[in-house]
Design a protein around this ligand. Structure first.
Ligand SMILES: O=C(NNC1=NCCC1)c1ccc(Br)cc1
Length: 328
């Protein structure tokens, strides 16, 4: 079988939110599908009202199929410092018509202010490898790992679009969503992420070397090696690294060069206008870059700024994982 669901960007393409039905009768929550983590957690009836105000919550007490997982707990901190923690139920989870009857649903007893403030986000659905699931004492499977054997093909695809609805597909490749060929690279799953290597990159004609990083739908920007970010902004007049902002800024009127990288022999271009991410504050004439250095993170992250420039296939056949990139 296969399934398809529409995903919708938040303001500034900060994240994309996707409706998911949980429990019986189905309770619909809008979740951040995140290939950089591997837990499905939700705002719940156990989240303090002061933290869940404005969010949809999952109430296991109202689901006839919810089962507590006694003694199971979880606690997670994301790369941007946001965090949440709580307990665990199993219940039916339906994504785009695909249903798994006993998905681990991690209910939040606490969320950090970043999540409280993001009122369109009702939780996360992890699409990383289940090896990094945060449930104790026993790690739980992601939704994709649970349904993978039922899918026509053991893959999911993402088509994020700048300030427009896009699509997540499970189990098939919808060829109408991409134009060029899909170019594949092998994924190293050792750290639980979709880690791959771009064999080269170019900025305004200048060619650079290989970049190894993770494909992370849950991270907004492209966090590239510091030398690559430096090389990029050397081509942007009046760009500078602003320590107070923690990144490269430039005049919003600047015309930004494209950033092209090669994966599996195919070229993907991030258009310059996607790299003009946003004014520092609404109305400011100074803008913050969509490409930044990865200083202090330890990984390189091809986040949404890169992903929304392509149609991307995440395939895990069991012994081999691959990532495919195509123009669209
Ligand atoms: O947390 C990560 N990705 N997902 C999300 N970010 C914010 C909410 C969800 C993340 C994953 C790997 C590395 Br390395 C750095 C960050």
């Amino acid at each position: 079988e296969s399934g398809s669901v529409v995903t919708t960007p938040e303001v500034l393409d900060q994240a994309w939110l996707t409706p998911v039905q949980i429990g019986t009768p189905g309770q619909t929550l809008n979740l951040d599908f995140d290939s950089g983590s591997s837990d499905l957690w939700v705002f719940s009836s156990s989240t303090p009202a002061s933290q869940s105000r404005g969010h949809s919550v999952f109430s296991p007490g109202k689901s006839s199929t919810a089962k507590e997982s006694p003694g199971y707990t979880w606690s997670i901190t994301y790369g941007d410092g946001s965090s949440s923690s709580g307990t665990v139920y199993t219940d039916v989870v339906d994504v785009g018509g695909l249903s798994f009857p006993s998905q681990a649903v991690e209910t939040a007893n606490r969320v950090s202010p970043e999540f409280t403030q993001e009122t369109n986000l009702d939780g996360l659905l992890g699409l990383g490898f289940s090896t990094i699931n945060a449930v104790k004492p026993t790690a739980q499977n992601t939704f994709f790992d649970n349904i993978k054997s039922d899918l026509n093909q053991p893959l999911w695809t993402v088509d994020l679009k700048h300030q427009e609805p896009g699509t997540y597909n499970f189990g098939n490749i919808n060829s109408s969503l991409h134009t060029g060929e899909i170019h594949y690279a092998i994924v190293n799953t050792r750290r639980g992420f979709w880690t791959f290597t771009a064999t080269s990159y170019s900025v305004g004609g200048a060619i650079g070397g290989s970049i190894t990083g993770i494909a992370d739908t849950g991270t907004t920007l492209a966090l590239l090696p510091t030398a690559v970010a430096k090389a990029y902004y050397s081509k942007v007049p009046d760009a500078l690294y602003d320590n107070s902002q923690g990144g490269y800024v430039f005049p919003c009127a600047a015309s930004l060069p494209d950033f092209t990288f090669t994966v599996g022999g195919g070229e993907i271009t991030i258009p310059g206008n996607y790299i003009n991410y946003a004014p520092l504050t609404p109305g400011s004439k100074t803008c913050f870059g969509g490409i930044q250095g990865n200083t202090g993170i330890g990984e390189v992250i091809f986040g949404d700024v890169a992903l929304k420039s392509a149609f991307v296939v995440f395939e895990n056949s069991g012994d081999t994982a691959r990532i495919g990139w195509a123009k669209k």
